[in-house]
Design a binder for this molecule. Structure first.
Ligand code: ACM
Length: 543
């Protein structure tokens, strides 16, 4: 009887602990033990040396925030045996993986790379009150303790992304930093920055100053659509090179790569309005930054060598600002009407031996890809395109490109993978998280009917029923946020959270360990995090 009682108490305490642990994304393997590790006011930490002091940097940033939130000092010691918190290198773990072992007298964090240590520390923060995760001073407790756990964790996918469209509306760098913070807390690692659109060009390019003198501004804050008419308000904004570099440094510290996107040759009316003399198919006509929603016909004249040179120059400056692996060149929804009526484009189509105007777009990209290949290794970037490029003859582009699949995403991704290309799943339904997230009256104006609920987003199964031989081509998942209807940053936040947490979990947690009901239980703690971090969120899934 005593034995049964004891094991019942044990079970109860484990399940109580389990309830207290609200980790998002759910780790691949977690087991909660009895007891707690109690932080003293000063703790000794052993941190091994690693390339360029990068693990030391991870520790330094963590200890600064930790002290601010809890008052606990984490002091480095050279003697591993005297440390209560030990960082250990183990090159056999996955690049972003980690092991976190908490016993009553020691915390051990094992990883192969700085990113793994960073993610272990995100988990450690989530084991504490949410003020720690939010990086704000906590006024709740004096003693700090974490439950004893053994966590053995690594991501399902290498690409766990979020895209924000700032072409339609501009929010500024402090907003981007907030989003980057939340992404990092959820172990996301790619911020896709959609920087150009028909309605605005948002990144300074020194060689083409009119892109931001002209292209970053328009005569309406709202974008016209149906009954909604342009309001005549002078509106816009852009990131200087310095601003963008500041965001780059911020993201890097949080192990997030920025993927800049210039969407060319379609969705480019703001660029065309800035330099109609060589970007437009009809320079004799008036061109202005667009005031409307939709897809503009005013695309770049891909048959003009100066337009090709322009794109190369833009790539050069992006390469300089963004020291990461990828550049996204867009490629979605590019109407060909203007090319069909332009004699230079007609002649070029003949010259490349095609009758499909989409191939002019491929030919444009081919020249850019070849150009990137001539650069020194450190300046080479891999190119990403939206999945419409698959409608052209992609043979000249080769298969060492990445396809971001949005429309008919599952089929398009499989098509790309079958052609030998890498692919990223960002299905319009349900991963366009700018769409209404509920049918509540209070839901702000946006696209959709409220069907892309947290549950629907959560329940999307990436890479479902894909043959094993193609799975290696699937880099991961990404949520996208288009801003035609969203003028204000707090509405961006409202629609983004908590659905981004659902996508983060799809990117990280093995499919068989995902469950919506468990997610909603774990999500409850996040309301406090959002409140303390100062981000708005959809309240309806919180009890
Ligand atoms: C897209 O939604 N046009 C990529």
């Amino acid at each position: 009887m005593k034995k049964i009682l004891l094991s019942l108490i044990c079970l109860l305490s484990v399940s109580l602990f389990a309830n207290e642990i609200s980790l998002i994304p759910q780790p691949a393997n977690v087991s909660v033990k009895e007891g707690n590790f109690v932080f003293l006011k000063k703790m000794r930490v052993y941190v091994p040396s690693y390339e360029g002091d990068s693990v030391q940097m991870v520790f330094k940033n963590f200890s600064k925030d930790f002290k601010k939130s809890t008052g606990v000092s984490l002091k480095k010691t050279k003697k591993e045996t005297s440390a209560q918190i030990v960082f250990k290198l183990d090159g056999t773990l996955a690049a972003e993986g980690y092991r976190l072992s908490v016993t009553t007298d020691k915390i051990t964090i094992i990883a192969a790379k700085p990113a793994g240590f960073f993610y272990a520390l995100q988990t450690l923060k989530q084991l504490l009150p949410r003020c720690v995760m939010a990086g704000v001073p906590c006024d709740t407790e004096d003693t700090w303790e974490v439950p004893c756990v053994e966590i053995d964790d690594e991501p399902r996918f290498a690409w766990r992304g979020f895209m924000l469209d700032e072409g339609r509306h501009f929010y500024g760098k402090e907003e981007i930093k907030k989003i980057i913070d939340v992404m990092a807390a959820y172990k996301m690692n790619r911020f896709h920055w959609h920087l150009t659109e028909d309605q605005g060009w948002r990144i300074e390019i020194k060689k083409y100053p009119k892109l931001t003198e002209v292209g970053a501004w328009r005569n309406s804050k709202v974008l016209g659509w149906g009954e909604v008419k342009p309001d005549g308000i002078h509106y816009g904004g852009f990131y200087t090179k310095k601003d963008a570099q500041e965001v780059v440094a911020y993201a890097k510290e949080r192990f997030i790569e920025i993927v800049p996107e210039v969407d060319i040759p379609g969705h480019s009316q703001a660029a065309v309005a800035s330099y109609p003399e060589f970007l437009s198919c009809d320079p004799e006509n008036k061109h202005e930054v667009w005031l409307w929603q939709g897809v503009s016909n005013d695309v770049i004249n891909v048959a003009n060598p100066l337009a090709v040179q322009f794109a190369k120059d833009v790539i050069d400056e992006l390469t300089d600002i963004f020291p990461f692996g990828y550049i996204h060149l867009g490629g979605d929804e590019c109407p060909t009407h203007k090319w069909e009526r332009n004699s230079e484009c007609q002649a070029l189509l003949k010259e490349i031996g095609s009758e499909n105007y989409r191939d002019l777009q491929i030919n444009f990209y081919k020249q850019l890809k070849d150009y990137v290949a001539t650069k020194p290794a450190a300046e080479q970037r891999k190119l990403i395109f939206w999945n419409e490029v698959l409608h052209g003859n992609t043979a000249p582009l080769g298969n060492d490109i990445t396809i971001m699949a949005w429309i008919g995403a599952d089929g398009a991704a499989k098509d790309a993978a079958t052609r030998g290309m890498n692919t990223i799943l960002s299905p319009q339904i349900p991963y366009y998280i700018n769409r209404r997230q509920s049918k509540l009256e209070s839901e702000p104006r946006s696209q959709g009917y409220g069907d892309e609920t947290v549950e629907r987003v959560y329940d999307y199964k990436p890479m479902n029923n894909i043959p094993a031989e193609l799975q290696g081509k699937y880099l991961g998942v990404q949520a996208n946020f288009w801003t035609e209807w969203v003028e204000e940053a707090d509405v961006v936040q409202y629609l983004t959270f908590p659905r981004l947490a659902a996508v983060a979990e799809a990117g990280w947690t093995p499919q068989e360990k995902r469950s919506y009901s468990s997610f909603v239980d774990r999500l409850q703690a996040e309301a406090e995090y959002y409140r303390l971090r100062g981000v708005n969120y959809g309240k309806h899934v919180f009890k």
